[in-house]
Design a protein around this ligand. Structure first.
Ligand SMILES: Nc1nc2c(c(=O)[nH]1)N[C@H]1C(S)=C(S)[C@@H](COP(=O)(O)OP(=O)(O)OC[C@H]3O[C@@H](n4cnc5c(=O)[nH]c(N)nc54)[C@H](O)[C@@H]3O)O[C@H]1N2
Ligand SMILES: Nc1nc2c(c(=O)[nH]1)N[C@H]1C(S)=C(S)[C@@H](COP(=O)(O)OP(=O)(O)OC[C@H]3O[C@@H](n4cnc5c(=O)[nH]c(N)nc54)[C@H](O)[C@@H]3O)O[C@H]1N2
Ligand code: SF4
Ligand SMILES: [Mo]
Length: 905
């Protein structure tokens, strides 16, 4: 059987077909009919079926009444009943603003709608905020300040019409891969199209560009202002459009008068000539379009980063036409849906504003309540700070992992410890936030729930359920409604029975649709039946709209009328700020953070799929080789990384992508895979004044070499009894015992868990025994070699001529070879000889394959290097090895390897 759904990862919103038998999901494929992807999926989407395993899921509600005690399994009635009592108690003692919901852009629109209604319509506070605050809120603020509404005006099909594409602070080759495939297609079809990438790093996206502006972090506003300066100087501004459809241009023109390319070049650290080229390409192209994401949004002036970029579209009249417009790429699959239902502390349903009394009255009428509260709620960073100060006393977290993803993690920890009552509504049982939860509620997840999502291009898809959820897990909307109905009578609001009496999820969608009547996102013409029959639709879609006439909705503002009171778009004069936190002598390096190609956020799902580690298999800090050398660090060494807020230990690697003075750490690695909280131990909570989005991309750090001479490597293959992900879960509590430790999975069909350890003192024998027992290495069958003089011990378990378990202490240089032996099921003859000899390095004949570059077809670095050395160009290499011929996510990297190999030759 096949069920239509969407991929639950990024905002591209690819359609997927889930192949299942009603009891188990067997595979997924891209939905050939879905207009976001036309059948394509990236590495993450195409491995979704591998995440649909029950082993590490949260299956039953769990509750504890006393802090510090373990939670016990309870039934749903007790779980919901006690949640309602605890919330009612806090509300009675401290008022409604002492409770809060912290939710997620990964919820479905219907889930989001009821969370928002429960807080603003029932509890009477606006304390509902989401991880979208860390993600899209600067883009929202920038759109509203300039175009008047939070509406990305473009569509993916615009890539095919653009003559110039300006990609700013985004790495779609990793973060929006299927959209990037469409950009590659566009470039192939029209090679004259110019791609400009603005990113401090030379990412895969940047290496595919015609022009890469490697700006210094936080200096974007100067760049876009200088581009506008050039557009004015070279008469590339569309004065007729500006006069007819905008206001505020004179002030901005005055502001950019002194921002010459030379002046900006000084600040941005890029050649003035490149700024001029970028402006000429933009201004001289019939159709030009910008794309942006977190490199601009996650900044203390993220809103003005956005408005400065949007000004380029407005000043040249390149908006509302094919191939034009400012297009903010949505990060999460349904951040758009969350914005539509107003699920943030300062918004109301259907793009209404909390600050507007008429909007509040409309929403109160819609919900049949006396009023909705007027005071804005606390936004993400503010919310956790307030909880750390004891002002928020009960918090309900759903579908997000704040103990890993928020900045200033120390404050977050304090907050979650100080709160009287923490609820976590999760699909998986051991996220970093789970340790703080007093009540855990098992949520249904991908493949198990029904509702709608809206992708980056305003396209709504009906997501279907393939299977019932495992254990006692329930869909999010239902959990919220049950809670609201239980809470109502306890806070004097018996009408909650009716307000949250939805019997089917579509009833929520229908209420949401009604709320949009007459608004910019009017979807009164949509229901599930129409979405099923006519396929996913872009908004607006008012009652009476024709599904066949999709072209009319592909882009907004075609008539030059904007969503402001006077119908004119506004130019905003930006502040010329750089990052809040500056580097200095003590913290001389600028820390940047972001995404890897094959991992998703806190790794609760992608981290369970062994092959998704093959691209990057350990947490690391990437630095320029000269910065490593200056600090006396060799690539591969462990370093202590410190900021003004905390320190962590990471492996340092030299990277050709990072400029001098900068460093990059992926956001994914947290306490489940590392002996520290990862990058957000280091980041600061400073945020943008308009969007309140924190500056996750910028912090000042230092690195110091750290000597941890006692090394250990543990590996265990998945066996019938325990999946590799479960083995990792069992080992995770051990991480914090060591000065450095990390966990990863490896392999494909034969998955294994890999734990790397480095310690400042000899590892106590009792720990070794415990770990051996945990991994089943404590049997008489295990081969063992001990050289106590050199402090080396090796222990291996071989079953049916396959290496299935290994502990290597004292010397770990053979690790990569041994991992390949284990996960590729290679013969163990050589291994036995090595194991029982004093050798520590792998035998000369044993060569590792290196990193797997192409995940779909399992092609590794060394295979590719050999082909390049043999003289193959990209096409010959692809023909021979087939790498990059399936999902295509690795194509940019292979091209880069070929280019590097050719220039080296
Ligand atoms: N594989 C994968 N894909 C994802 C996700 C994931 O976890 N994994 N998450 C999804 C989500 S929620 C989001 S929000 C998106 C994020 O998508 P992106 O924003 O594209 O990804 P990031 O890696 O966070 O950051 C993009 C780039 O911003 C650059 N940058 C840093 N500082 C600056 C600066 O000052 N100026 C400029 N111009 N650039 C700067 C970084 O070097 C980085 O390459 O990805 C989505 N897609
Ligand atoms: N340093 C740094 N930090 C960052 C960023 C960065 O670039 N740098 N990026 C920020 C951005 S843009 C974002 S969006 C955030 C993301 O950060 P988080 O929101 O913390 O990321 P996830 O790990 O995706 O959390 C989603 C959780 O929901 C669970 N889940 C999955 N499906 C369901 C479901 O159907 N129901 C429920 N209830 N739970 C479910 C998953 O298991 C997972 O634990 O991180 C932010 N943090
Ligand atoms: S691009 Fe990849 S992660 Fe994003 S929706 Fe499509 S398949 Fe999922
Ligand atoms: Mo995000």
């Amino acid at each position: 059987m096949e069920t239509r759904a969407t991929c639950p990862y990024c905002g591209v919103g690819c359609g997927v077909l889930i192949e299942h038998d009603g009891g188990r999901i067997h595979s997924v494929r891209g939905d050939p009919e879905h207009p976001a992807n036309f059948g394509r999926l990236c590495t993450k989407g195409s491995t979704l079926h591998l995440t649909a395993r029950p082993e590490t899921r949260l299956l039953y509600p769990e509750l504890r009444s006393v802090r510090g005690e373990p939670r016990r399994r309870v039934g749903w009635d007790e779980a919901i009943g006690s949640a309602a009592e605890r919330f009612a108690d806090v509300i009675a003692r401290h008022g409604p603003d002492a409770v809060a919901f912290y939710i997620s852009g990964q919820l479905l629109t219907e889930d989001y709608y009821v969370f928002n209604k429960a807080m603003k319509g029932l509890i009477g506070s606006n304390n509902v905020d989401t991880n979208s605050r860390l993600c899209m809120s600067s883009a929202v603020a920038a759109y509203k300040q300039t175009l008047g509404a939070d509406a990305p005006p473009c569509a993916y099909e615009d890539f095919a019409h653009a003559d110039c594409l300006l990609i700013a602070g985004a790495n779609p080759a990793y973060a929006h891969p299927v959209a990037f495939r469409r950009i590659e297609d566009a470039k192939k079809a029209r090679p004259g199209m110019k791609i400009i990438v603005v990113d401090p790093r030379r990412t895969d996206t940047a290496s595919a560009a015609d022009l890469h502006l490697a700006v210094l972090p936080g200096t974007d506003i100067w760049l876009y202002d200088a581009m506008l300066h050039v557009l004015l100087a070279e008469d590339l501004v569309d004065h007729a459009f500006v006069a007819a459809h905008t206001t505020g241009f004179d002030a901005l023109r005055e502001h950019v008068r002194t921002v010459t390319p030379e002046a900006a070049a000084q600040v941005c650290g890029v050649p003035a000539a490149d700024i001029v080229t970028a402006a000429r390409w933009w201004g001289g192209s019939p159709a030009a379009m910008s794309l942006w994401c977190q490199g601009l949004n996650q900044s203390a002036h993220g809103t003005h980063n956005g408005t400065a970029l949007i000004a380029l579209s407005l000043a040249t009249g390149k908006i509302g036409r094919p191939g034009c417009g400012p297009f903010s790429l949505t990060g999460q699959p349904n951040a758009m849906g969350g914005r539509e239902v107003g699920g943030l502390a300062n918004l109301l349903p259907a793009h209404r504003d909390l600050g507007n009394p008429e909007h509040r009255a409309e929403v109160a009428r819609l919900w049949v309540v006396d009023s909705v509260p007027e005071k804005p709620g606390l936004t993400a960073v503010e919310l956790f700070r307030a909880a750390a100060e004891g002002k928020v006393k009960a918090i309900w977290i759903a579908c997000t992992n704040p103990a890993q993803s928020l900045p200033e993690l120390e404050v977050v920890r304090e907050a979650l410890q100080r709160c009287e009552f923490v609820v976590l509504q999760e699909a998986y049982r051991s996220t970093e936030t789970a340790v703080f939860a007093d009540l855990m509620l098992p949520a249904a997840t991908w493949g198990e729930k029904e509702g709608t999502v809206t992708n980056s291009e305003r396209r709504i898809t009906h997501v279907n359920r393939a299977l019932p959820p495992p254990g006692e897990a329930r869909p999010d909307w239902r959990i919220v409604c049950d809670f609201a109905r239980a809470l109502g009578p306890l806070i004097g609001r018996p009408e909650a029975q009716c307000m949250f009496g939805y019997e089917r999820v579509e009833a929520i969608f229908a209420e949401h649709a009604v709320s949009t009547a007459g608004r910019d996102l009017d979807i009164t013409g949509l229901d599930y039946a129409l979405l099923d029959a006519a396929g996913p639709q872009q908004w607006p879609f008012p009652a009476g709209a024709d599904a066949a006439d999709a072209a009319g909705r592909a882009r907004l503002y075609a008539d030059g009328r904007f969503a402001t009171a006077d119908g004119r778009a506004r130019f905003v004069v930006p502040v010329h700020a750089t990052t809040v936190e500056r580097v200095d002598a003590r913290y001389p390096l600028h820390l940047n953070s972001g995404r890897l190609r094959d991992q998703w956020h806190g790794m609760s799902r992608t981290g369970k799929v062994a092959r998704l580690y093959s691209h990057v298999d350990e947490a690391r800090i990437e630095l320029h080789a000269d910065d490593l050398a200056e600090n006396g660090v060799a690539s591969g060494d462990l370093v202590k990384v410190a900021s003004r807020r905390g320190e962590i230990v990471l492996r340092a690697v030299a990277s050709g992508e990072v400029r001098r003075g900068q460093a990059f750490v992926a956001m994914h690695w947290g306490r489940n895979v590392l002996n520290s909280g990862g990058v957000n131990v280091l980041t600061a909570g400073d945020f943008d004044p308009y969007s309140k989005q924190p500056e996750l991309k910028h912090a000042a750090i230092r690195i110091d070499r750290i000597d941890l001479p006692h090394q250990m490597l543990l590996m265990r293959a998945e066996d019938g009894g325990r999946a590799a992900a479960e083995q990792a879960e069992a080992l995770a509590p051990w991480l914090e015992r060591f000065a450095y430790a990390s966990l990863a999975l490896a392999g494909r069909d034969n998955a294994a868990v890999v734990m790397r350890i480095a310690h400042d003192q000899p590892i106590p024998p009792a720990w070794l025994e415990e770990l051996d027992a945990l991994l089943g290495l404590d049997t008489d069958d295990a081969l063992s070699y001990v050289d106590s003089r050199r402090g080396v011990s090796k222990r291996a378990l071989i079953a049916a001529d396959r290496l299935v378990g290994l502990r290597l202490a004292g010397e770990t240089v053979a690790g990569a070879w041994l991992r390949d032996v284990m996960v590729e099921g290679r013969s163990t003859a050589e291994l036995r000889r090595w194991l029982l000899a004093p050798l520590s390095a792998p035998p000369a004949a044993a060569k590792g394959r290196g990193r797997v570059i192409c995940n779909c077809l399992n092609v590794a670095e060394n295979d590719i290097a050999a082909a390049i050395a043999g003289g193959d160009d990209f096409d010959a290499l692809q023909a021979k090895l087939k790498c990059g011929t399936s999902c295509g996510s690795c194509v940019p990297e292979i091209r880069r390897l070929v280019a590097a190999g050719t220039s080296a030759a």
